[in-house]
Design a binder for this molecule. Structure first.
Ligand SMILES: Nc1ncnc2c1ncn2[C@@H]1O[C@H](COP(=O)(O)OP(=O)(O)OP(=O)(O)O)[C@@H](O)[C@H]1O
Ligand SMILES: [Mg+2]
Length: 252
């Protein structure tokens, strides 16, 4: 085993000097600079920080939706920058479920069809797809809304459909970008209860960006991103090894 592989195995997510530069004409924006971060398998992590501090940028890198400018990003033993576009798409389909603030459901598809969508990328029979889709809807308590279109659902229900879609292919990693940002307290708590259960009962690794201190309080491990630097607070030191972080330089 090479040193690099051994290091990657130490954590479920490992960022080493991870840097993202956006270029716009002569202007460079560096939301993430030399970020070092380790997140253990099965952790539930909240990521807070001021607007523009790079939270969504980091989540997009973890999701394989965008590539880093420099540095390494290992997830479950895989360094993402070494994958081709096609390999990355396949990796994403089996490895990550993504939940957005604005739900991002397809408006012309029913709740059932929205949840089934990621399974079309997998080699499954119609029957297997049906069983998995219904199981995911069952997890979010929305079997009775399967035939509803997104416009016929409340915001909280839409977000629970989005969670069902994120978990239907059974990925080990769930990424959520302000999943309760558009919800009232009751709906937000239902969504947070669900994420907590997926963490505790199904061992999912969850990284949740949030501006809501009550949402962040649900996560045993809290990260704070500000001007390219990370701070961590570990609450549950018994069940988790905890994330190790190192502050990057402040972007100019
Ligand atoms: N595609 C892009 N092109 C250029 N600059 C970008 C791009 N995406 C993000 N940025 C810039 O990178 C910085 C970080 O943005 P990001 O969306 O990660 O912030 P955030 O922490 O998620 O903020 P918020 O809490 O408002 O969602 C911002 O200055 C933003 O303008
Ligand atoms: Mg954001």
């Amino acid at each position: 085993m090479t040193g690099a592989t051994a290091a990657a195995d130490a954590a479920f997510i490992r960022c080493t000097r991870l840097t993202k530069v956006f270029r716009r004409g002569d202007t460079e924006i560096v939301p993430l600079r030399d970020l070092d971060l380790e997140i253990p398998r099965g952790a539930f992590v909240s990521l807070m920080g001021p607007s523009g501090s790079g939270k969504t940028t980091l989540l997009n890198l973890l999701a394989g939706l965008d590539g880093a400018t420099r540095g390494e990003l290992w997830i479950d033993g895989q360094e993402l920058s070494r994958l081709s576009r096609d390999q990355l798409a396949r990796w994403r389909a089996k490895s990550v479920g993504i939940i957005f603030q604005s739900y991002n459901l397809v408006p012309v598809l029913t709740a059932y069809e929205n949840v089934e969508l990621p399974l079309l990328l997998h080699d499954l029979s119609r029957r297997e797809r049906h069983e998995r889709t219904m199981a995911a809807l069952e997890t979010v308590s929305l079997v009775d809304r399967a035939s509803h279109f997104p416009r016929q659902l409340s915001g909280g229900q839409e977000q629970r459909v989005a969670i069902a879609r994120a978990i239907v292919a059974d990925p080990p990693l769930l990424l959520a970008d302000e999943p309760t940002g558009d919800l009232d307290r009751v709906s937000a708590d239902l969504v947070l209860d669900l994420l907590g259960r997926l963490h505790r009962e199904r061992g999912r690794t969850i990284v949740m960006v949030t501006h809501d201190p009550l949402a962040a309080a649900r996560a045993p491990l809290k990260l704070h991103l500000d001007k390219g630097a990370l701070e961590s607070t570990r609450v549950d030191s018994v069940s988790m090894e905890g994330a190790r972080t190192a502050a990057g330089e402040v972007a100019p």
